[in-house]
Design a protein around this ligand. Structure first.
Ligand SMILES: CC(C)(COP(=O)(O)OP(=O)(O)OC[C@H]1O[C@@H](n2cnc3c(N)ncnc32)[C@H](O)[C@@H]1OP(=O)(O)O)[C@@H](O)C(=O)NCCC(=O)NCCS
Length: 400
């Protein structure tokens, strides 16, 4: 019998996120190189990690072809310089790919089979447009299992606005504006930079260095947001301003059993408490984090009031609002996305789960008064995923 273990998040990094497309900073960079660079950066930050002790490498991508194909976990482990004895594999749960890589590796550690594992994700949405080369079974539509627009994420967000008329476009825009402002403030305070692995990039102008996110728009105003087109529906409510964008980027993190972390002198930024995934109607996929969070809280024996920090993926402002509304949390509650979210940073699909974790880990260090936090995200085709974490710096006597 394997001996059950406590699972810890040792450290996590990411590449700066780029804007997808020919004008984006990673247009001439391979997707797999992004995640390889993130893994190298992670190992450089944790020099006491013996590469040959890594039990497995799980790397997520939504579109697993071309430079995102060929079992990414294995190819990127070799390219990152891990010994060839270290195995690896690829994972897909669309937007929650990296989150699923973490829960899968965390489960193997918790079960006692693994001691150390790398988990992460990459999405180069410039080279691999969303849904590109996918061939959804026609029965989905023909047999009315899902409606056609359930496969278009922006359309599913429009449906949340339809379903909950109280979530106005103005409210979504205001949420989006705050996300931009929080990201700008977090950059200004130097809170984002420490977890970024700079990447050498090539453009027509020669070599350069990507060392900050390309997508944030600190100049955003309510007037600017109000005038944007609604690409998913005439007179709709979803715009480029209140949605996450199309981006390129990669993330990687190191997970360990608490005993292996102690033995190797590795830091502990978070302890994994529990997690859950749940399904909802694909037509309103953005509601997914509500049941996944209820399920994860139930399994953890906690309630929403025990959670002191939230890192919610902002696929669309309206789906974050639906989560907050459900749990009775204000749109501008300071516990939520303290450094801003995907509306400003961007959302390279399968990589984003670990960005949420990096940010929660940084906030845990700043908030010893907080014991529990959670990372949650919605997932295409109608799912949600939630991971609950405990703060190792928790101090009962500390005050907010
Ligand atoms: C919404 C979406 C279609 C917009 O794509 P796009 O048109 O390529 O987006 P752009 O960045 O070019 O922005 C469009 C316009 O809005 C403007 N804009 C974007 N954000 C803005 C902001 N915060 N303030 C002011 N203007 C803004 C841009 O400048 C651009 O203006 P232009 O047309 O005059 O150049 C795309 O980002 C999208 O599909 N997002 C959702 C991604 C998704 O589904 N992810 C999975 C989640 S489950």
């Amino acid at each position: 019998m394997a001996e059950r273990a406590e699972v810890v998040f040792v450290d996590g990094v990411r590449t700066p996120f780029g804007r997808a497309g020919e004008k984006g900073m990673y247009w001439n960079t391979r997707a797999d190189d992004l995640v390889v660079k993130a893994m190298i950066g992670l190992m450089e930050r944790n020099p006491t990690l013996p590469g040959d002790r890594v039990d497995d490498v799980a790397i997520a991508a939504t579109t697993q072809t071309g430079d995102q194909g060929l079992t990414l976990g294995r190819t990127s482990a070799i390219l990152a310089g891990l010994p060839k004895t270290v195995p690896g594999f690829a994972i897909d749960r669309m937007c929650a790919g990296a989150m699923t890589a973490v829960t899968t590796m965390g489960s193997a550690i918790g079960f006692g089979s693994y001691e150390l594992a790398i988990a992460g994700g990459v999405e180069h949405m410039g080279r691999h447009p969303m849904g590109g080369n996918a061939d959804p079974n026609p029965r989905f539509i023909a047999e009315k299992l899902v409606s056609e627009d359930a496969l278009v994420m922006g359309a599913t967000a429009e449906r949340i606005h339809d379903r909950f008329p109280a979530y106005s476009k103005e409210r979504s825009d205001r949420y989006a504006l705050r996300s931009q402002q929080k990201v700008a403030a977090a950059y200004q305070a130097g809170k984002i930079q420490p977890d970024l692995v700079p990447i050498a990039i090539r453009s027509e102008m020669g070599w350069g260095l990507a060392d900050r996110d390309e997508a944030p728009r600190p100049e955003t105003t309510m007037e600017g947001l109000a005038n944007l087109k609604t690409p998913f529906r005439p007179h709709g409510r979803i715009t480029a301003g209140n949605a996450s964008g199309l981006n390129d980027g990669a993330t990687a993190c190191l997970l360990a059993s608490s005993s292996a972390a102690k033995e190797l002198g590795l830091g502990v930024k978070m302890k994994m408490v529990n997690f859950a995934f749940a399904g909802v109607e694909p037509e309103v996929m953005g509601l997914g984090p509500v049941p996944s969070t209820e399920k994860a809280l139930r399994k953890a024996g906690l309630s929403i009031s025990d959670i002191g920090l939230f890192e919610l993926n902002e696929a669309f402002a309206v789906q974050v609002i639906s989560f907050l509304d459900h749990f009775g949390i204000d749109d501008d509650d300071p516990r939520v996305n303290e450094y801003g979210g995907s509306i400003a940073f961007g959302h390279p699909l399968a990589s984003s789960g670990v960005r949420l974790m990096n940010q929660l880990a940084a906030q845990f260090a700043e908030h010893p008064e907080v014991r529990y936090g959670l990372t949650a995200m919605c997932i295409g085709l109608g799912q949600g995923g939630t991971v609950i974490w405990e703060n190792p710096n928790y101090d009962k006597k500390a005050k907010r």
